[in-house]
Design a binder for this molecule. Sequence first.
Ligand code: ZN
Length: 344
Amino acid sequence: MTPEFFINLPKVELHAHINGSISENTMAALVEQKGGVDPSWRLAFKNGESDTLESVFKMFKLIHKVTDTVEAVYKVTYDVIHEFAAENVKYLELRTTPRSEPSTGMTKLSYVESVIRAIQDCSKESLDIIVRLILAIDRRHPVSVAMETVNLAAEYREKTDGLVVGIDFSGDPNAGDGAEFIPVFEEGRRQGLKLALHLAEVPAPEETWKILQVTPDRIGHGTCLQPDTGGSKQLEDFVTRHRIPLELCLTSNIVGKTVEGYDNHHFQYWYDLGHPCVICTDDKGVFSTTLSREYSIAAETFSLSDKQMWDLSYRSIDFIFSDEHVKHMLRKKWTDSKDRLSVK
Ligand SMILES: [Zn+2]
């Protein structure tokens, strides 16, 4: 399989944080507008997998700095959608934490509206990609803020005719007790939102067990669910019994140092179990990757064939937060791609 195979393979991206997905080009444009930024920021984009956690944090800080206006937020969202579309991502769920920036007059409302406007504008172009939005809860913030995010998501789900599809739970996995947010997840579900929760990124079996009881619709990472990575048989059994799909981000976990090397990635474990696995990028900008590259790494590391890679991508359609009509449309695109890709 050539790099072109992975680019031409139609793909679904379900775990992409908007700001972390920023490309070098977009970053360059925003840095120039802003002025006064240390030019060494470019190096971080080149380092890729050999990058250090420290430079990743530095990068997030810098992205935060240059995305402090609604115009910048619009541009990042708009560009990220175009970049995913260019590598044949046909369905994309973006996620982001609503943010206010008093110094520029940006409010959480205008932030969310800017993201939505970028998505809507892209949908009017001739891009072959469907985009949905997930609003993220940062676990470092209070539960009351999380509840506001759920209400915001529900409100914009109504206003945009279903463009907002769910709630994410993320942020420093070592911060606070995630179980405190359970009422928030339950409220989200009550309001018809799907739950895509970062879970077990680090060993935290008690917290993970409590949160699992809300039966998330998808789990982000799930690195430490199985017994040999600091989870337990009980956690693994729950996840397999409910067939909760895992969003797996290989390079992100290597750079983030929660997994030692590609060979050790828990993809293998869950894939061998026949459990629903979706390959995702997490933060393609910060981790210098693309979804095509992540597919290529998975194929090479775990010795998967072109048919297995096509199947992996095709099965991801089952786990999107959209209705059967959209799934049907996507499945047709995938089936049509088989001949072109010479997949038997
Ligand atoms: Zn993530």
